[in-house]
Design a protein around this ligand. Sequence first.
Ligand code: AMP
Length: 122
Amino acid sequence: MAYDQNNIFARILRGEIPCNKVYENDHALAFNDISPQMPVHVLVIPKGPYTNLEEFHAGASVEEMGGFIQAVAETAKLSGVTESGYRLVANNGVDAHQEVPHFHMHIFGGRPIAGRMIKAQD
Ligand code: AMP
């Protein structure tokens, strides 16, 4: 799939749209979700032009992948949920209802999440 250079996260990365930044490193940016579903709801995105996990895996360097995972862990820590726990979600592709075509990870936390298992909600 061709990367959409004008998707909302690409525009945030270019500074065309503001975001509420939580953390940033050379390879990733984390910011609060504009429509939070939990007390902590942060999105972590790689800075490179990757639509989904497959493109990220195929196109990103080891440094980019490491930087992304480091940003997820650091963002969780800065958000105060490392000890209490949190849920990571990546909606990937059509069946998962991915809305923004730039690979991203949701961090959900700040209170107990209903259900012990991952909920597919189908
Ligand atoms: P999904 O692609 O389904 O994983 O969801 C995309 C997420 O991006 C949703 O939770 C939206 O609330 C969030 N979102 C959309 N636009 C913005 C924005 N400008 N700033 C922060 N979060 C956003």
